[in-house]
Design a protein. Structure first.
Length: 123
């Protein structure tokens, strides 16, 4: 990491989607936590993303995980659908190798409950 860097380092989640058969079982949360851990371990301070304003389950998912709406982007998606630009500031204590490990340890219990969808044994 460059000691001369000014301002926060930002990461961007482009897409996170779970097969409908495996939704509401923690798979999306596990994927998000893995992405957050990876970004934080690489020095990211703020994570950005966009989601459609009419995607109520998606907006609720991101908010439940601490993401805030920063603004609305007009006509972001095809057919003129607007998007919410959302962000999450990652806690400073999570930065560095020990912080990422602590985050992983706190979330390991949740991963154990996810069952076959996370182990790759589903068909």
């Amino acid at each position: 990491m460059d000691a001369e860097r000014r301002g926060p380092l930002r990461g961007h989640i482009i897409s996170l989607d779970v097969d409908p058969r495996f939704r509401r079982g923690g798979v999306g949360s596990a994927l998000l936590h893995a992405a957050e851990e990876s970004l934080v371990s690489n020095g990211v301070d703020i994570i950005d993303l966009e989601t459609a304003v009419d995607n109520q389950p998606g907006v609720a998912f991101w908010r439940r995980h601490g993401y805030e709406i920063a603004s609305t982007i007009a006509d972001y998606y095809d057919a003129g659908v607007d998007a919410f630009a959302m962000f999450k500031a990652m806690p400073r204590e999570l930065h560095g190798q020990s912080g990422a490990s602590s985050l992983a340890e706190r979330r390991s219990a949740k991963r154990g409950r996810l069952g076959p969808a996370m182990t790759g044994s589903y068909k």
